[in-house]
Structure formats: structure tokens, C-alpha cells
Design a protein around this ligand. Structure first.
Ligand code: NDP
Length: 287
């Protein structure tokens, strides 16, 4: 019987610890961690993500400031706001919810955020720091996935990790994190030949593809630990539901442990955003 990794419970426990730490920072250091969340346009999914992030901040005692800008906002206006937030010592984290409208270059936006306030970990300086094994701000989804893996397996040293997907926000930083933790890492993507063969050699299989139920049971080695990052909405038997990139029903019996969707990696992403915000506040205060 495989273990279903309870990401929601882990995230709730992490947030409970952070809440205590935030209260101590306020009481002992007069430091109130604060994140500014910038939302441009009216993408419905982005509004839901921002609402959930702000709600978590409130639960933990972290201050959040929302900046909602209209769809037609020019890039210069957004960059000016980011610069104001960079200069504001009471703001420790800056998050610009992606995607931004097409008149705005998202690379320019990410580059404008001060690296020490880059709680998403997407600034090229933070990407480079992770690449040389000296991470400062680590992207939230890979960080949350790593925490679940360490909780499940303990020491990851020597494990063969196969990551399906090479995006800048999940696949690549996941690969770098696992390398840093002494895994042997294989990254596969849309041009890889014989993906199934690579997957079958994985002690740790991380799926970040964006294709519902992409990973099948016979791609998974018996006893592997499977982390399903995918979040896909599908219609099944007339009903809409969320599924991952792994065919959970058939893969779960083969795996030693597997994250469900929903309730696996998803809750960890917001919990790690809170973790990074507290870390950014301490970093800027020299704590
Ligand atoms: P991207 O679309 O940016 O990247 C997908 C990756 O999968 C690419 O590297 C692509 O390869 C690869 N890929 C696509 N098709 C295939 C294929 N047929 N065979 C092998 N590889 C393939 O997605 P993201 O990394 O942003 O997200 C991946 C999934 O994770 C999505 O379902 C997303 O919703 C979810 N997600 C979940 C989060 C959470 O909080 N749990 C946070 C972020 C994302 P190539 O590079 O060659 O095109």
C-alpha cells in the first residue's frame, strides 16, 4: 500500500510554525514581515491565486499590500511601482502575479524586482545563486516539492531523480535543488526520446508537464516516490475536476509514496511563499 503524501497537512504545519516565528519577529525585533502583491489585468485564475495568497498572509500575521492595476497598464508604470516597492524598507517581498498583459515584458518585470525581495525566486540573480549551489530565494513550487521529498525519504543523497519538464519555474529549479541535495538528476522534456525508459529508472519521479495523467503506471519503478506538480482541469463524466500530470489511480499502487492532486504540491506553493517572505524580512534585517 503506497503512502499518499499529505501536502495540505505539511503546509498547515509549516504555516503554524511560521505564524509563531512572525509573532516573535514582531515582539522581539519590531519586524512585521510584509509582502506587496501586484496584479495587472483581470485574469480570473490570477485573482483566485492572489486572494488565496493574501488570505494565508492574514492567517499568519504577515502584512500584505495589494496593488491592482488595470489591463491597459503600460510597462513603465509597472516598473515605476516596482521601484517604489524596492525602495520601501517596510516591504520585504514583492510578487508580480504572472501572466502579465501582452504589452508588458515579463522578463523586464522580474529583472526589476530587487533580488532580496524576490520571494518568487525568479530573478536571474537568484536563479544563478541556485545554480552555483548557494540559494537565497528559491522558487516556491520546487521548494515545497523538496520539503515533501525530504519529509518522505529523509536523506536524498544518491537517489536517481527524473524530472519531467524543464520550465524555468518548476523543472529547472527542481533539478538544481535536487542536485544540491546530491541526487543524480535526469531532466526529460518534449524532445526527449524514450521518456518512459528514463522514468522507469527513477527513485524520485517529479512530473511538471501540464498534460493530464501523462505519467502511466508502467513508466514507474515499483517503490518510487512520485511528486505530481501538475494542476489540470478536466471534464470527466460531465463534471469538472482537477487532476495532476500523473495517472494517480494506476500509479499509486506501484509507488512507495505519491502526492495527490489536489492536496499535494499545490498547498506547499503558497506555504513556501510565506516561508520566503519571512526569510526575506530576516535577510533584509540581517537576522
Ligand atoms: P510549462 O508548460 O512551462 O512546461 C512544461 C514542460 O513540460 C516543458 O518543459 C515541456 O517541454 C514539457 N513537456 C510538454 N509536453 C511534453 C511531452 N509530451 N513529453 C515530455 N515533456 C513535455 O509548465 P510549468 O512547468 O509551468 O507547469 C507544469 C505543470 O505544473 C502544469 O500543470 C502547471 O499547472 C503545474 N504547476 C503547478 C504549480 C503548483 O503550485 N502545484 C505551480 C506551477 C505549475 P519543452 O520545454 O520541450 O517544451
Amino acid at each position: 500500500m503506497s503512502e499518499v503524501i499529505d501536502g495540505k497537512k505539511f503546509a498547515d504545519n509549516l504555516c503554524a510554525e511560521l505564524k509563531v516565528e512572525v509573532a516573535q519577529l514582531i515582539a522581539n525585533e519590531n519586524l512585521l514581515p510584509c509582502i506587496a502583491v501586484v496584479l495587472v489585468g483581470d485574469d480570473p485564475a490570477s485573482h483566485v491565486y492572489v486572494k488565496n495568497k493574501v488570505l494565508r498572509c492574514t492567517q499568519l500575521g504577515i502584512k500584505s499590500i495589494e496593488h491592482r492595476l488595470p489591463m491597459e497598464t503600460e510597462q513603465a508604470e509597472l516598473l515605476a511601482l516596482i521601484e517604489t516597492l524596492n525602495q520601501d524598507d517596510s516591504v520585504h517581498g514583492i510578487l508580480v502575479q504572472l501572466p502579465v498583459p501582452k504589452q508588458i515584458d515579463d522578463k523586464a518585470v522580474l529583472a526589476a524586482i530587487s533580488p532580496t525581495k524576490d520571494v518568487d525566486g525568479f530573478h536571474i540573480q537568484n536563479v544563478g545563486a541556485l545554480a552555483v549551489g548557494e540559494p537565497i530565494m528559491v522558487p516556491c513550487t520546487p521548494l515545497g516539492s523538496l520539503m515533501l521529498l525530504q519529509d518522505t525519504l529523509g536523506d536524498l543523497s544518491g537517489k536517481h531523480a527524473v524530472i519531467v519538464g524543464r520550465s524555468n519555474i518548476v523543472g529547472k529549479p527542481m533539478a538544481l535543488l535536487l542536485l544540491q541535495h546530491h541526487c543524480t538528476v535526469t531532466v526529460v522534456h518534449s524532445r526527449t526520446k524514450d521518456i518512459e525508459e528514463h522514468c522507469r529508472r527513477a527513485d524520485i519521479l517529479v512530473a511538471a508537464v501540464g498534460i493530464p495523467k501523462f505519467i502511466k503506471a508502467d513508466w514507474v519503478k515499483s517503490g518510487a516516490v512520485v511528486i505530481d506538480v501538475g494542476i489540470n482541469r478536466i471534464q470527466e463524466e460531465g463534471k469538472s475536476r482537477l487532476v495532476g500530470d500523473v495517472d494517480f489511480e494506476t500509479v499509486a499502487p506501484r509507488a512507495a509514496a505519491i502526492t495527490p492532486v489536489p492536496g499535494g504540491v499545490g498547498p506547499m506553493t503558497i506555504a513556501c511563499l510565506m516561508y520566503n517572505t519571512v526569510a526575506a524580512a530576516k535577510l533584509q534585517r540581517g537576522l
